[in-house]
Design a protein around this ligand. Structure first.
Ligand code: SF4
Length: 320
C-alpha cells in the first residue's frame, strides 16, 4: 500500500487551528503524524489520540451531518427516505452511542472507533439537563431539514443531477483540488445542478459566522475546477438548521480570486514554520517556532491541553 505523505495542505479547520494556537497546530498537523503506529514515540501517539477527540458541539454537528447524509443517500439510491424518525435517529444512534462508549472509556481499545469526549476526559461533563438540551438541538436541526421546502424538492427531482452528497475526501492525487500544485481540502455537504447552475449547500448547526462565506467560496473552487462551472454559475447556500434560515452568499470571479489570494497567503504563513518546505518538515525548535498562547478560553476548550501541561485527564467517570 502506498505510504501517505504528510503534505502541507489547506483547509478551513487547519488555518483556524494555526491562527488560534501555533502549539496546537504543531500537535495536530506534525507531532501526531505516525502516532497510529504501535512503535511510535509516546508524545506522537498521544497527539494522535487527541486528534480523535470530540466534544458535545462537534458531536451534534457530526450527528446532524451524518443523518442528513443518510437521508439524502437513501433518497438518491432508493427513491425515498428510508431513515425512520430521523430526529430520534440522531439522538439514539449517534449522540447517545458515542457518549455511552466514551463513558465506558472504550477509547482505550481504539480512539479511532470510539472517540474520547472532551467533557468526560477533562472532567467538565454537563448536567443531564444540558445533555438533553444538546440532543434537542440536534433533533430540531433534523426536524427543520426534514420539513423544509428544500428536502421536499430534493425528494421529487431527478437525482442524476446531484453532484455530491457529503463525499469522503479522496487521497488520490488526480481527484484532489489543487491551487498552485498544493492541495486544498474543501468538499461541500451537498451539491446539485439546478437551472444550469451548480448549487452548493452547507448544513450549519450553529449560528451565522463571519467565516461562512470563505468556507463556501473554497467549495466554489471545487465546483469550478473539478466540475467545470463558471464562477457566476455557482450558487452558495448555507442552511442554518437550528434557526430554520437559509443564507445565500455571492459567488463571482472577483470573490474566487480573493479567496485564492487568501489561501496563497495562508500557505506562505504556514511555510514560514517549515525547515524543509519540499518535505513539509517543521522547524526543530518547537518552543520558539510553535509557541503556546496566553492561558485563556482557547486553552480551556483545547483538546491538546494535557500535552502542553495545561490540563489533565480527570479519571474515569463515576458511573460507567
Ligand atoms: S492548551 Fe492552550 S497553549 Fe496549549 S496547545 Fe492548547 S491552545 Fe495551545
Amino acid at each position: 500500500m502506498a505510504r501517505i505523505k504528510n503534505e502541507l495542505s489547506w483547509s478551513r479547520t487547519r488555518i483556524s487551528t494555526f491562527e488560534t494556537c501555533p502549539r496546537a497546530y504543531y500537535y495536530q498537523y506534525y507531532l501526531k503524524w505516525g502516532g497510529w503506529n504501535w512503535d511510535a514515540p509516546d508524545d506522537s501517539r498521544q497527539a494522535y489520540f487527541f486528534t480523535k477527540m470530540t466534544n458535545i458541539p462537534m458531536l451534534v454537528g457530526l450527528g446532524v451531518h451524518e443523518t442528513i447524509r443518510d437521508m439524502l443517500r437513501s433518497v438518491r439510491d432508493t427513491g425515498r427516505c428510508t431513515i425512520e424518525n430521523p430526529a430520534d435517529h440522531v439522538r439514539r444512534n449517534i449522540l447517545s452511542k458515542v457518549w455511552r462508549d466514551a463513558k465506558k472509556e472504550l477509547w482505550r481499545k481504539s480512539a479511532k472507533n470510539h472517540p474520547p469526549v472532551f467533557e468526560l476526559y477533562y472532567g467538565s461533563a454537563p448536567s443531564p439537563e444540558e445533555l438533553k438540551r444538546a440532543g434537542a438541538h440536534a433533533a430540531r436541526c433534523i426536524e427543520n431539514f426534514a420539513k423544509s421546502e428544500l428536502f421536499r424538492e430534493l425528494q421529487n427531482e431527478e437525482h442524476r443531477r446531484w453532484l455530491a452528497v457529503d463525499e469522503e475526501p479522496s487521497f488520490d492525487e488526480s481527484s484532489k483540488l489543487k491551487l498552485d500544485d498544493r492541495t486544498i481540502w474543501a468538499l461541500p455537504d451537498f451539491a446539485r445542478e439546478k437551472d444550469g447552475h451548480c448549487e452548493i449547500w452547507d448544513w450549519k448547526t450553529g449560528r451565522r459566522s463571519p467565516h461562512d462565506q470563505a468556507q463556501l467560496l473554497s467549495y466554489a473552487l471545487y465546483a469550478r475546477d473539478r466540475w467545470g462551472y463558471a464562477p457566476d454559475r455557482i450558487r452558495l447556500m448555507a442552511f442554518y438548521l437550528a434557526d430554520d434560515e437559509i443564507g445565500e452568499y455571492p459567488c463571482n470571479a472577483e470573490e474566487l480570486a480573493a479567496i485564492e489570494t487568501k489561501i496563497r497567503d495562508d500557505f506562505l504563513r504556514m511555510e514560514e514554520l517549515l525547515e524543509d518546505k519540499e518535505n513539509n518538515i517543521p522547524l526543530k525548535d518547537v518552543e520558539r517556532a510553535f509557541p503556546m498562547i496566553e492561558n485563556g478560553p482557547a486553552c480551556e476548550n483545547c483538546f491538546y491541553k494535557e500535552l502542553c501541561g495545561r490540563g489533565r485527564y480527570a479519571g474515569p467517570p463515576a458511573s460507567p
